[in-house]
Design a protein around this ligand. Structure first.
Ligand code: BG6
Length: 296
């Protein structure tokens, strides 16, 4: 069986290789494990809560309708950091394809966290499609506005925690020349570094990254992750490093930041406005690809 519903989570197994799997927690529709030929690709904290008591620290949490903390929008500013999708139990709609195994999850005000929808009282439908390919993991999102009268504004982001061996031997490529907002320095500038290396807390929003640019995570010359984006112009690069990881109760081991980097494709620099009856869709594709320096 390529899809198993275990109550609180769903496991996809690739029919051609039983050691390639994806596991999705219904809480947050969070993919918290993706194994390729038996090797885990996503970072998950040892202290991550998988019981619905808080968003999962690791895997691919979903950020909607607000990225970070909004301070200006009347309704979005009432929501906690990163919104309500990662704090809600999604409905498992079932399998839509058997090969490659593909499943769908849905969230609307009917099943979303009531405390949070009270704060952001809009009608919405989110449809997440997860597909486990032989050598890729694709997550598609569709946001619908079923209202006949009222528009809403939102951000979307896949908060992807990628597992790596050692941050000190790792670089992130193909973001040179892109304008970014550094959330720590609170400054915008153009990244002139041919590649990004991380040796301290990093929290940067790269804006309007050309869709044809693949973002690659390279470990000592070998590309270990390739991230392709559709309709997701911004990419956050985040690593909490020592102090921030130390302050997060659900971040374990405390030096776990050495084995992870978040590459987060999203639409977060500005808000998307969705008119009544309209829908918006985007995807993230994680896969293996040869080293491609598209810009140095
Ligand atoms: C990143 C943000 O997307 O998520 C960071 O850019 C934030 O500012 C990080 O610290 C983790 O957020 P949280 O709410 O999961 O601790």
């Amino acid at each position: 069986m390529s899809v198993q519903d275990l109550g609180d989570k769903v496991i996809l197994t690739h029919p051609d290789d039983k050691s390639s799997t994806a596991t999705i927690l219904k809480y947050g529709a969070t993919v918290f494990s993706w194994k390729l030929n038996g090797t885990e690709q996503l970072w998950l904290s040892d202290a991550a809560k998988l019981d619905g008591s808080r968003p999962v620290r690791g895997g691919i949490p979903l950020v909607f309708p607000v990225f970070g903390k909004n301070t200006t929008d009347e309704h979005l500013s009432k929501l906690p950091q990163h919104g309500l999708a990662r704090n809600s139990t999604w409905e498992f709609l079932g399998q839509t394809k058997s090969d490659p195994p593909t499943v769908q999850f849905a969230l609307s005000p009917d099943n979303a966290n009531k405390e949070l929808t009270k704060l952001w009282p809009f009608d919405f439908v989110l449809l997440l499609t997860v597909q486990l390919g032989r050598d890729y993991l694709k997550t598609d999102i569709e946001v619908q506005n079923p209202s006949t009268t009222r528009e809403f504004k939102f951000n979307w982001l896949f908060h992807t925690y990628l597992k790596i061996e050692d941050i000190e031997g790792t670089l992130v490529s193909n973001l040179v020349g892109v304008k970014l907002y550094d959330q720590l320095l609170k400054q915008s500038y153009i990244d002139k570094h041919p590649v990004i290396t991380i040796s301290d807390e990093t929290d940067c929003i790269y804006q309007n990254v050309d869709e044809n640019r693949l973002i690659q995570v390279v470990d000592r010359g070998q590309p270990v992750h390739t991230v392709k984006r559709h309709n997701l112009p911004d990419t956050v690069v985040w690593n909490p490093w020592t102090e921030k990881a130390g302050g997060m109760a659900d971040f374990e081991p405390k030096d776990g930041f050495l084995q992870m980097v978040c590459i987060e494709p999203g639409h977060v620099h500005d808000l998307i406005t969705l008119a009544p009856g309209q829908s918006w869709s985007a995807y993230q594709l994680l896969y293996k690809e040869q080293l491609k320096y598209q810009a140095i």
